[in-house]
Design a protein around this ligand. Structure first.
Ligand SMILES: [Zn+2]
Length: 355
């Protein structure tokens, strides 16, 4: 019987080596270890053996059964691994495949200009501040010395949040899309210690007729400096330095007296047109960017109105400040020689890919 068992083992090992599927493995298990399997058939003869031989053969048969079960389990694992490997190979994605670099894209001219402006201002000691695009009337108008009946509110026609949201609010709490980044100046003056030296780049919204210089959505950068002894001379030096760094040393600035509710005195700042090189004509035609004048209105500026300082809790007799604001879109148009800043929003890859 021992010889029978040995032959069975040899036969089992030889058969196992040919198995390559789960189904044939189960069949092999049944053939050898099942109720009507080959091992059981051999053990059926044990009853005729002596007690001594029964023990020996019984132990050997049990050992063999364990051995078969281990070998079957190992084979099952091998088959499973082979199946995984097959799936991996069939469904593999080659992550090393080369990506066409020409489709990676690059920064939009407005992002590029914003980052450049930020770098210049940071080099002059300014800090960057941010604020919400959906503002309330108090921060967007009232605190900036633009009360409800002020004619300035007619100038900045506004996108209001729907009546459903605003109908139960007090008048200064009504929500709108901010018309300028100035509310962030208010929030900063009300919450931070002096001196303040910040810029606020961000997206703003106006209900405007679109033309070469106006869009209903654009990017603005505002600056605010408040402290002791801040003068209009500081304002002029700052803007002159920034614009020359941004557009070139030959850039000229023109300050025109103006009126804004939140600054006094105030000035609009024109920059010599980069499109027509200050001539008013580009490529033999009248320059639409500067309306043939050679000057482009790029900035508003002025000394912060004492009332605005006081409303933000700052002693206007002790402290003074200047503020300025510029359209990043127009500056990008000047830098890149694009005749209409509106073109930046038309999603034309052929335009943006040039820069
Ligand atoms: Zn021009």
């Amino acid at each position: 019987m021992k010889q029978q068992l040995q032959r069975l083992q040899e036969e089992f090992i030889a058969s196992l080596a040919t198995i390559d599927s789960e189904a044939s493995l189960k069949q092999l298990e049944s053939d050898y270890l099942g109720k009507k399997g080959k091992l059981k058939a051999i053990l059926a003869g044990v009853k005729d053996l002596s007690i001594e031989d029964k023990k020996t053969v019984g132990v050997a048969a049990n050992e063999m059964k364990k051995d078969f079960m281990i070998k079957l389990a190992n084979k099952a694992w091998e088959i499973e691994l082979a199946a995984f490997a097959q799936v991996e190979s069939d469904e593999a994605i080659d992550v090393t495949i080369g990506y066409p670099s020409e489709n990676l894209g690059h920064k939009h001219p407005i992002s590029h200009t914003t980052e450049l402006l930020e770098d210049i201002f940071i080099s002059l000691g300014f800090k960057i501040e941010d604020g919400p695009q959906v503002e309330d009337e108090l921060h967007n108008f009232d605190k900036l010395n633009i009360p409800h009946n002020h004619p300035a509110r007619d100038v900045w026609d506004t996108f209001w949040i729907s009546d459903d949201v605003n109908k139960n609010k007090d008048i200064w709490e009504r929500l709108l899309l901010r018309t300028h980044t100035s509310p962030v100046q208010i929030r900063t003056m009300m919450s931070q210690e002096l001196p303040i030296k910040i810029i606020v780049p961000g997206r703003v919204f106006r209900y405007e007729q679109e033309d070469a210089r106006h869009t209903c959505n654009f990017y603005q950068l505002e600056g605010l400096v408040v402290g002791e002894g801040v003068t209009f001379g500081d304002l002029k030096w700052t803007l002159d330095t920034v614009m020359k760094q941004l557009l070139g040393e030959k850039t000229e600035l023109r300050f025109r007296p103006s009126i804004f509710p939140f600054t006094e005195p105030s000035a609009e700042v024109d920059v010599s047109c980069q499109i027509c090189n200050w001539s008013g004509e580009a490529k033999g035609k009248k320059c639409s960017m500067c309306s043939w004048t050679g000057w482009v209105e790029l900035l508003g500026s002025g000394m912060v109105h004492p009332t605005v300082l006081e409303w933000c809790g700052i002693d206007s007799k002790k402290y003074s400040g200047f503020a300025f604001w510029m359209g990043i879109d127009r500056i990008a148009a000047q830098r890149f020689g694009v005749s209409s800043s509106r073109m930046f929003y038309q999603n034309k890859l052929k335009l943006n890919e040039q820069f």
